[in-house]
Design a protein around this ligand. Structure first.
Ligand code: NAP
Length: 345
């Protein structure tokens, strides 16, 4: 029997990806869609502006949107709630005994809340044993740019150590939610500011790459600097990284380490897990959002342009799908991991 799940923020950019990715899912069945007062009590198809390139699944069209109150017919909820409301609403679900897997930033730095990319730090999920939510729990996944970046960093950290890095992001429009940035602001333009984003990219990798010691995380010791821009691309965040490693390495070694990288989740037969988390492209004009964002179900990180850097050690460019790998896909992968490990409540 499938596990009933609810989606909080079901009408948004991330909520739509949840619906798309959970259609015909072998573990989970959507039994509730919830959103704001604007949408509550109405048929899903009447309130959503569906903008994914695949059609809206028939089974959600007639579903009545519920209020975001912890009375939904499920025990597991995936949250794509606006950050303005996610904090209190997600807490209320966890307190009521729901298992909450959230995309919002609100709880990411709570001491007892794991911030998880399953391929990188699934061990941090044991923090939920120290939460005070009774039968419920709260788990977060990282910011969309952080996920791709941290996946690229993990094998380098494990093999060579990392001293410092600088990243410039070129972030897609769907990352700003719907309706997002106005067309007159973004067409023929690049906006060199995304509120709060640079702080998240500076801080989140340190918690994710940190070391778990019983009930807390000792953050990784890496200096990170970030500059974020919004560009007129629909999906797929590109990131240009300059990095200083702790030990010397060759370009060939780095590419080899990336291509060979596998984690526990690649051996668990999880539907959302990419077969190969990192793909390296030797074509100097790759990776590109339009060509590579959907690689391996949109869950792979594409990397290219590794070059020696006269300032730090190396530069490279990476790409990941912001609403799949960077949001709903990673949240679902966390849910699949918990299910396979029998950690479902
Ligand atoms: P979005 O398109 O603006 O959608 C926000 C959702 O929250 C909508 O379903 C909206 O419902 C609901 N909502 C707003 N106010 C509410 C309220 N008072 N009560 C209940 N529901 C309410 O945003 P998004 O881009 O999907 O992002 C959702 C979350 O994921 C945010 O926290 C964001 O930071 C995070 N995130 C986004 C991305 C991305 O690439 N987009 C990536 C990673 C993380 P109505 O339609 O009814 O108003």
């Amino acid at each position: 029997m499938k596990i009933p799940v609810g989606i909080l923020g079901a009408t948004g950019s991330v909520g739509q990806q949840f619906i798309h990715l959970l259609r015909d899912h072998p573990f989970f069945e959507i039994t509730a869609l919830a959103a704001s007062e604007r949408s509550v009590g109405k048929k899903y198809e009447d309130v959503v502006t569906w903008f994914l390139p695949t059609p809206m699944p028939d089974f959600v069209k007639e579903m009545i949107v519920q209020p975001c109150e912890p009375t939904l017919p499920c025990r597991l909820v995936f949250s794509g709630l606006d950050t303005a409301v996610a904090g209190l609403l997600e807490t209320s679900f966890a307190q009521a005994g729901y298992q909450v897997i959230s995309n919002a930033r609100n709880h990411r730095f709570d001491e007892d809340v794991p911030l998880v990319i399953p391929e990188v730090n699934s061990d941090h999920l044991s923090l939920i044993q120290h939460q005070s939510y009774g039968d419920g729990c709260l788990i977060t996944n990282p910011n969309c740019s952080t996920i791709g970046l941290t996946l690229a960093l993990k094998p380098l950290l494990d093999t060579f150590g990392i001293e410092a890095l600088h990243v410039v992001t070129l972030q897609a429009l769907s990352g700003a939610g719907y309706p997002g940035v106005s067309s007159l602001d973004i067409l023929d333009n690049v906006i060199p500011y995304i509120a709060g984003e640079e702080e998240k990219i500076r801080q989140e990798p340190l918690k994710i790459l940190g070391t778990l010691s019983e009930n807390h995380i000792q953050p990784a010791d890496i200096r990170i600097s970030a500059q974020c821009t919004r560009v007129p691309v629909i999906d797929g965040h590109l990131e240009c990284v300059s990095i200083k490693l702790k030990t010397k390495s060759t370009k060939e070694d780095i590419i080899h380490i990336w291509e060979r990288y596998r984690s526990v989740v690649q051996d668990m037969d999880l539907p959302m897990a990419p077969k190969q988390p990192i793909h390296y492209f030797h074509n100097p004009a790759y990776p590109q959002p339009k060509l590579h964002r959907n690689l391996d179900k949109g869950m792979a990180v594409s990397i290219g342009r590794l070059q020696a850097c006269p300032v730090l050690d190396y530069t490279f460019t990476l790409l990941s799908h912001n609403t799949i790998r960077g949001a709903a896909g990673t949240a679902i992968l966390i849910g699949e991991y918990l299910t396979k490990k029998n950690l479902q409540i």
